[in-house]
Ligand binder design. Sequence first.
Ligand SMILES: *[C@@H]1O[C@H](CO)[C@@H](O)[C@H](O)[C@H]1NC(C)=O
Ligand SMILES: *[C@@H]1O[C@H](CO)[C@@H](O)[C@H](O)[C@H]1NC(C)=O
Ligand SMILES: *[C@@H]1O[C@H](CO)[C@@H](O)[C@H](O)[C@H]1NC(C)=O
Length: 982
Amino acid sequence: MILKIIFAAFSVACIFVQQLAALDTSLGGGSQDIVTWDKHSIMVRGQRVIFFSGEFHPFRLPAPGLWLDVFQKIKAMGFNGVSFYVNWALLEGKEGDFTAEGVFALEPFFEAAKTAGIYLLARPGPYINAEVSGGGFPGWLSRLPTGLRTRNSTYMDATQNYVSNIGGIIAKAQITNGGPVILVQPENEYSSGDPPFPDPVYFRAVEQQYRDAGIVVPFISNDNSPHGFFYDQGPPEWPIYGHDSYPMGFNDDISEWPVDALPTNYGDLHEEMAPNTPYSVIECQGGSWDPWGGYGYNKTAARQGPEYQRVFFKNFYSFGVTIFNIYMGVGGTNWGNMGYPEGYTSYDYGAPITEMRTVERENFSELKLQAMFLQSSPAYATAIPQNNTHANGSYTGNLNIATTAVLGNRTNFFVLRHADYTDTSTAKYHVTLPTSKGNITIPQLGGSLSLVGRDSKLHVTDYDVGGINLLYSTAEIFTWRNFGNHHILVVYGGPGETHELAIQGSGTTRIVEGPQNSVKFDKKQDSTIMQYTASDQRTIVELSNGLYIYLLDRYSAYNYWSIDLPSDTVSGNYTNTTTFLSTPIVKAGYLVRSIKVTDKTINLLGDFNSTTEIEIIGADNDISTLVVNNEPTEFQQDSHGVIKATVNFKGPDISLPVLSEISWKVLDTLPEIQKDYDDSRWMKASLSRSNNTERNLSTPMSLYASDYGFHSGYILYRTNFTSNGGESLHLETQGGSAYGHSVWLNDTFVGSFSGEITAYSWNQTFGLPAKKGQRYTITVLIDQMGYEENGSAGSSDMKTPRGILNYSLSGFKQSDLSWKMTGNLGGESYRDRIRGPLNEGGLFAERQGYHLPGAPISSWKNSNLGPMEGLREPGVAFYATTFKLDMPTGYDIPISLSFANNTDTTSSIRCQVYVNGYQFGKWIHNIGPQDIFPVPEGIWDYHGENYLAVSLWALEKGGGKVEKLDLVAGPVVQSSYPGRSK
Ligand SMILES: *[C@@H]1O[C@H](CO)[C@@H](O)[C@H](O)[C@H]1NC(C)=O
Ligand SMILES: *[C@@H]1O[C@H](CO)[C@@H](O)[C@H](O)[C@H]1NC(C)=O
Ligand SMILES: *[C@@H]1O[C@H](CO)[C@@H](O)[C@H](O)[C@H]1NC(C)=O
């Protein structure tokens, strides 16, 4: 058995072995033999799997009915895997009270993955980072008097309830139980920290917790970059070694590529560090997070776009990577206060599948070409990456071009790029490649090959096309198919590039489509040589051995799709080369989800955004019925068996309420500043010490919100004093990047801090208009932006407190004042079990549940324009309205809330939007950049009543309003996806 062989190879002495021996030795590998691995790749039931995966966070799309849609799109991208985090903070908001129900339940996620045929890599933490509040740590961890992510039993005990529960849920979904989970990653980026970091005892203890919870599939690690922590242990005692890579960095100058950022030594490092495990990149940059005031996700998507994907991803293929997870594969939303302070509501990430689940980004199409190629190339899984130290000039003699070989038993792969990967010029080259017919200098039929701008290419030699030998190709392979004695090969190149292919065997050739002079032919090396220039006019060449070659350019190739036939008894409906390579190829447009051939009928499911000519390539010759999206569709089948049909796109009638024209209700949601406001049920700030180890108290009593169980959204403080006349108040508050605060003396506004991207805390002195002898109340409202992450193990960064850090009132001792505070209703004993522990903050309307459907708004004041009416003075108003939606069926139409303010005329305002109770947007106009807030179907009811509420906090004199707020529909797709639930 493979596990045993590897174990034998790894029973070399290593520094931690003695310590480990003291622990439970039953850890090794778990007791299963379905998922195994060797140095090349993982195997499922003995079959090699190139695990091509996209990161997708179910907690960032709280609409379980849409999960299958996302999985199908990932599958359509040529991927067979998804990696997902679980966010502890959402599942154990109250210590000891674990719950994973409703939108937080994972079982529907597993079911959807299984239905789509997607393998899962589970990453449940307990620490996840993930740009979520506290890095996934629940707020109550702030009170643990010990460093986090250490072996200290106080910390380990705190994690136990979560790990045993989530471990148990994941264990049930392992492949050993018929589920989709094949790998588990304990902890996350355990790659820096305070001594005793790196602590193998700690890391091992986390693994043991998961083994105890029933996890038997292999563990995999994700070092934040290739440091090699614990590599010398080797499996099965230690996980498969993996690391992360974000070569483009974050939020850098968006227009430029960084220099010296392309890793060229990762292959060598892998050989040094973990040569007996598959080369694994657990997070490969697939976009970028974007901070408050950032560039916006369309820009990060463009920067980490197709050029980046070609140059950097193909560089990883040159190291033979076979476990490759794109972070993020799918955008999502930091709804309900779940984000960390540096990030705003959208977590689109510039990912190939957007936050709105659209697949229109070129990032999606380019990745599809790459993934489809590798999934069609079983030889890649075992090919050996070669030393690339002398890559510049090798194989080409051109020092401006770097070539790295990945050599297989027979099939070889060559990755070419500019030696200076940032080079935007065009390099012409000839390349001499080793083949079974000796070294051949290509092109043989004249001209030269070219690398145009930032690009990287994969050339192959002796590549198996279902029994036909492709002696070489400089055109890149999309995929190939084998239908008995009928073979299809689809290749592409950049527009205008010359490419050459050689097919062994010297039969006759015929151009069956395209200009007769578009291909140069010759015969050499016992092969048919053909050269073409890639253009948007395709050429199809037929060879007498039954091979049809589709010669395309890259942009035409984007329209080709190939999806597994559903169901295969060996591994479930997971990508499996046997069935995969005999499924028809579809040329269509926006998206193809599945193709099913039964008897003489083809059933095709896809999404269309325009009238589309489709082709089905490789169908049997006697097809009688074509059904597209459940509609019988007219078609022609030509003499080569190719089916052609037209799918008509009919734009839907969409009618959305115009938010400036419907009726709104309004409530003053800052009654706390009124004279008769009763705060008797607020929490008294009575703790004279704090267990929070991150910062010493500067005040006689703790005013850290976390000490009183308030971890999300707005928080409020009140104190009273009798004036000696004209006091000044000094406050130091802290809320994280872009936070703000406002202060009132009774109902008189005294000042605000409107927020700055780099201001995590703020000192401010206010002159109080207080008259001697009068009693006053000070009210402080603070926007809490989430907890910092805890990236450094052993640190307590996530405990960085929120709230009032320090205060002084002239003429008073600190201890003369006593404070009360509030945050979300119930604090850690939160009430809304449907939307979880973080969705609510401490705004009066939230504490009353007025953000939830069914709020008694009829008794509120009418408001003509809602948030577009706004406030004339600083304060906080809460606007609400209800309306029906009746969206057309058969379409996927995302609906977003779009804010628009003219910068010149706006003072500082902060809005939160609630759709049917879910807080789905935090708009801070003076910080930006997000103005458009997508809200998924399932949160909206597309066929019923919806409750929309918007809070508006005006921070400056003169108040403020939203100038324009609209519901925006689109992009519209005619969709075959039926399943949308609440
Ligand atoms: C855990 O941390 C606490 C608080 O720092 C300390 O008192 C205790 O000794 C630590 N326990 C261990 C086993 O290190
Ligand atoms: C690659 O080649 C260089 C130069 O010949 C050598 O120094 C290096 O050790 C080689 N790396 C490996 C992993 O063999
Ligand atoms: C991003 O680009 C898409 C597609 O062009 C567009 O629909 C969308 O409005 C853009 N988003 C922003 C925030 O500009």
